[in-house]
Design a binder for this molecule. Structure first.
Ligand code: SAH
Length: 466
């Protein structure tokens, strides 16, 4: 789960003061159901973003609890990836002071409306985009929403109920955070802890000043209080002391009666692409390379975001490029969309002038396909010659493989992998590359992290220093 807050009010890095978090630090918070991390993918004077990333331990979440949705449903679910009430819980834990609107270091700023946006990478929305807009727009937010397919590889499967959502407005940070706190579980419409009287009090407290006059307040209260008529009737009565309208005793509206969507849990691949996308966005990249683009899964996501103005996918495999062109419907895209993307055959172990001058390069699950003696050639081609300002590179964490039964006899994940690195090996390689070519590197864990073995995927984000 990833929440990204961005401001462009200068000096933008005052966001660190507002959130009470130091932009140069990567901070980790232990919560009962997982780990929250706060980091600033960008912290300049003109634009600053803070990410709250939540790693939920789905096993820890149900351990010690009674039977609920059936045994499998308890362990196999989308909790770790989809923004849910757990994210709201993490927000209060991590941003408590900011949510109270306090900022002693920058007096006045916390009360000032500033240009803010919040991005949620995977937000389950029961009721779809229309519902999403009906909630945020009356609060003055501009809404950008992109629906995620159930599986990008199989478009016929249709859409999932998850969206990438960006909301923007001139508002105070406390108001933005508080509204998200209330609304995230409302969209999800499935709270994951007991709802009781304390929830009513919370809703009234957090909704003060905006919920009373919201045209959808009945539905917000109904969902927030998990369709318990006695609770939401009371809440609504207290929100506006006249007879609440649109409330009946039996059931909620049609959207609420819909059977629980059967949703495929988000795959590691989706999480990985989400993390890469987040890092590219965080770098403010507009012109990007996808080195070893394969069948174009990342390119598809990049195309959906207009901030990427030029996208170049490179792969050595003509076959993979053919599949990519087909999946992306390159021949059918409107001209202005098609103009943004180019697929090229090339090898990453040779200098290629076509790859010079880009803002960023992604290199997703590719290095482990290179023969170790060719690795140095790749390093030079990417970091010395192509030399983008940012390189986002992922590779498997070999230590994690023991948790899977179906890895091959050589204990590698794929027959074409020439090697897989442990965390220490990847770190040593990445730090050496960074040192030799004048980059700074930071490491991001992708996927559910095992306390002893680390995450399934490791990601390095390299930023050019000179
Ligand atoms: N990035 C994609 C594909 C990963 S598979 C994804 O995440 O889905 C690795 C890809 O690297 C394959 O498509 C393979 O053809 C490509 N590749 C391997 N060696 C390469 C080389 N030397 N130059 C360019 N591409 C290479």
């Amino acid at each position: 789960m990833l929440l990204t807050i961005t401001t462009t009010r200068e000096p933008a890095d005052d966001l660190g003061f507002l959130l009470h978090k130091h932009p140069a630090r990567f901070q980790s918070f232990d919560l009962s159901f997982g780990k929250a991390r706060v980091f600033f993918p960008e912290a300049g004077p003109e634009r600053c973003s803070a990410c709250l990333m939540l790693d939920v331990d789905p096993v820890g979440l149900v351990r010690g609890k009674g039977q609920g949705d059936g045994l499998l449903g308890q362990y196999v679910n989308d909790r770790p990836y989809a923004a849910s009430s757990l994210l709201s819980v993490a927000m209060v834990e991590v941003f408590r002071t900011a949510m109270q609107g306090r900022c002693d270091d920058r007096p006045g700023l916390a009360e000032t409306s500033i240009p803010l946006s919040a991005r949620l990478d995977v937000l389950p929305v029961r009721g779809g985009e229309a519902f999403l807009r009906s909630i945020f727009e009356p609060l003055g937010y501009a809404v950008e929403a992109t629906r995620h397919p159930l599986d990008p590889t199989f478009p016929d499967w249709g859409d999932s109920r998850c969206f990438s959502v960006v909301i923007s407005a001139e508002t105070t940070l406390a108001r933005l955070l508080t509204q998200l706190y209330v609304l995230i579980p409302v969209f999800d419409d499935a709270k994951h802890y007991y709802v009781g009287d304390a929830e009513t009090e919370k809703l009234l407290a957090k909704g003060a000043g905006w919920l009373e006059s919201h045209p959808q307040k009945a539905e917000i209260a109904r969902r927030y209080l998990k369709h318990r008529p006695s609770l939401y009737r009371e809440a609504l009565a207290r929100l506006r002391p006249e007879t609440p309208e649109g409330i009946d005793d039996d059931e909620g509206p049609a959207a609420a009666k819909v059977e629980e969507d059967v949703e495929r849990p988000m795959s590691l691949n989706d999480q990985r692409l989400g993390a890469v996308l987040g890092a590219l966005r965080g770098a403010g990249a507009r012109r990007v390379l996808d080195l070893g683009c394969g069948e174009g899964k990342l390119i598809r996501l990049l195309l959906e975001d207009a901030s990427f103005t030029e996208i170049v996918g490179v792969d050595v495999s003509i076959r993979a490029l053919g599949i990519a062109a087909e999946r992306l419907h390159l021949d059918r895209l409107p001209e202005n969309q098609a103009a943004r993307v180019k697929l090229m055959q090339g090898s990453l172990t040779y200098r290629d002038r076509r790859l010079e001058g880009f803002d960023a390069a992604a290199c997703v699950e590719v290095v482990e396909h290179l023969d170790p003696p060719r690795l140095e050639a790749f390093e030079r081609a990417a970091f010395e010659f192509a030399r983008p300002a940012t390189v986002v590179l992922t590779t498997p964490n070999r230590e994690y493989n023991v948790t899977w039964e179906n890895v091959g006899p050589d204990r590698l994940r794929h027959p074409d992998h020439r090697f897989e690195w442990t965390r220490a090996q990847f770190r040593a390689w990445a730090e050496s590359v960074a040192r030799r070519f004048g980059y700074a590197v930071r490491f991001v864990a992708v996927g559910p992290e095992d306390p002893a073995l680390g995450p399934p995927t490791q990601m390095g984000v390299f930023n050019r220093e000179t």
